[in-house]
Design a protein around this ligand. Sequence first.
Ligand SMILES: [Zn+2]
Length: 191
Amino acid sequence: MQLELDIVRAAPQRPRVVASAVLRRHRLMNDVLRRVAYVRRFFPELEGETITVGLTRAASGMAVPGGTRIWLNPSRLTYHTIAHELIHLLQRRDLGIPSGEKACDVFSLARHWTLNDDRPSYIKVPLGLLDDRGVLSDRQARLVFAVAHEAVAQRAGGMRNYISFFEYELARQCDAQDSPHRSALRLLHTV
Ligand SMILES: [Zn+2]
């Protein structure tokens, strides 16, 4: 009996991401599941749970807070959207992640910089953060991650307005980043 228990403990259930019946009929199913599996690596809280992924065309994504189901739009799918929806699954679980869309944005941007490939929908970020193609460069993605990580840490330390802190601090650091660049450009124009 003891041996059987040990075997069960030695083989934990593999985390799974499964497609809903509707997504299973979609030509981009494999791409969607692969992306969700990548993002899920940064969500150890979901270990051992099966996440079901469905389709939505009404929004870029949807989720039931505290649940195990998300819906994604394959035609405009970003890592950020997936991370945002997975954070919703962690809300209402006593994990210290507050409810609300803005909280969801900040917490999702604080997971890993490679997931920061798009602008969030609810919190303010400087327009200049995106490059000419409308995407975040690696450098900017790391900056967003660092500021979001700091905001989450500040909240854990008791800061109540950590969302405002994120918005203000990101804007400030973007300006600071810009300044030497602009000065260099001005210099170029004068010579
Ligand atoms: Zn949301």
